[in-house]
Design a protein around this ligand. Sequence first.
Ligand code: ZN
Length: 675
Amino acid sequence: MKNLWNINAAKNYIAKYNKINVHKDLALRIYTTHLLGNEKKLVLHGGGNTSVKLETKDIFNNLKKVIYVKGSGWDMSNLNHLGMPGLYLDPLKKTSSLTKMSDENMVNYLRLNLLDSNSPNPSVETLLHALLPHKYVDHTHSNAILSLVNLKNSPKVLNKIFGKKLAIVPYIMPGFQLAKKCFQIFKKNTNVEGLLLLNHGIFTFGDDAKQSYDRMIKYVSLAEKYINNKKRKHKYEKNKVNNFSLDLLIQCRKIFYQIDKNKWIVNLHSSKDDIKFSLLENIDRLFTKGPVTPDHVIRIKSQPLIIKQKDLIKINKNKNNLNVLIKKYCQNYISYFKKNKNQIKNSKISDTIPRIIILQGIGYLSIGRNKKEIKISNDIFLSMKQSILDSCFVGTFKSINQKEIFKMEYWPLERAKLNNKKRNILEGSIALITGGAGTIGQAIAKKFINEGLEIVLFDKYFDYNKNQKLFDKCLCIECDITNNNSIQKSINKVIKNFGGIDILVSNAGVAFQGLMESINEKVIKDSFDINFFSHQKISQKIVNIMKIQDMGGSIMFNISKQAVNPGKNFGPYGLAKTSTLFLMKQYALECGQYNIRVNGVNADRIQSGLLTKKFITQRSKARNISPDQYLSNNLLQQEVLAEDVADAFFNQILLKKTTGNIITVDGGNIEASLR
Ligand code: ZN
């Protein structure tokens, strides 16, 4: 592992934090915390922690020893001084005389000793940091170290590599007891430069930020070198799964919904390497033993569901076999909970849904409530995968026992890291918006993202310079929605990323103009292609997906007031839109039985790619009014915005008993009102 310490960068941190009165020792602490936190092979998503001890004056002007330690759940890659709460050190040190301390007492005691009562909770490993005498203490869950501390004969291997430089600490879950144990072991040989925590990770310490960081990199590199020297090839099974349909992902979502009554997102990983990994010999034996470090279990549970080749072949013949396997996994999880629930007072079972499903010969799925969760579970799984695979070269992989896994998974202090707010009612729902790069498409996307939905945008072209911030939050797919092949390819990408589609906003449109008495027929045909057939093409495909999902759905069309109230010169546009209005009604009629609701929005005079500034000027001049008057020429006398249209679409999603409906968003236009 490369040592990234850079004296100029260190000085920059000191200078930057000096401006806001942050002590240089703490600034350097933040610097090396970032160095560690940005290395995925060391820590991930809120894992690991660091600290620094220094002296500061209290309000009575007395010099006090204090410790700054990472806040619980804060991310080492990007935290600032606010994520490093300060505590008075001496009261923390006194706890070493206690034999017992409950978690509640520990958390309370830590909070009582904060320098700033508004600080976040300090790490659950604060006492461990406090009891060690060194100025700087660094803790990571390095992949290479985890390969070595999760072996049947770890102590022997560790002694061989690190000698007396690092002391070995047996597994104890984080908290007061672990802090005490580490301190006892450290006292036996105070010359050690760090601690190896079995089934957990590594601590290093030093007199300055650089020394502690250097030691971390040095010992992790030693571990990596040892493993590399022992590397050989893994054995893989031959791939016998020769057909695979993305329907499998849709089926998974459906089964999760039946079990959990919530929507889940399913992401397929099927690169060459993923497929190869899935075929690893003995994968089911290796990957069901437990975590490589305890704080992974809250993110990905202690085991993935592994579907072997023979079972996938059976599933290909009869989909119900998938149902049986997933339900068995969930049932086993319930049994595990019941067996162990007395370990933690008042523990309530979490969901039973697996976070990783390995599909032998296909790759694997990562599963979560939202995109962020999927990213976390996937990153954690990848690091677990690396540690387990590498452990095979140096010994026999061995995790903690089930009781300890449960204690960690349901430990209230650990669960607090999940920030388990109540699930947003639409969380896990996937919305596809066509014409997504346009003004109205973007407004809808913004609204839906704020409401917790996952967004896919289809459009011919995305200009990332225009709205990168929004597009980065969406899955943007370049798609020609007048072409069946292009639509199918794009939908496949959506299924691969999310496992299904719950909401379609068929929004794309182009305003074709001309007088009917003189228009070329091609213009009418072109208008029908985009303003009618594209709606039909995509709806047909989405309805079929929604039927497999068996979770209902909402399909919405951006129609137009033209569908009911013709405007001069707008014949080619209005004709197609009228057909789309009918299409909406026809789908509503046909899909009601599947709980798929089909509705529309009739908007008018929204400034967008269709209604440009130039166009507005022309129209207003023709009527002898100002552009503003033109835009607010409605019953409410107010301009109608793309955001108003977005609100209408969003409300259609919420109206669970409404189908075949049109909402008008035109500020009031009696001629265009439906009767
Ligand atoms: Zn840890």
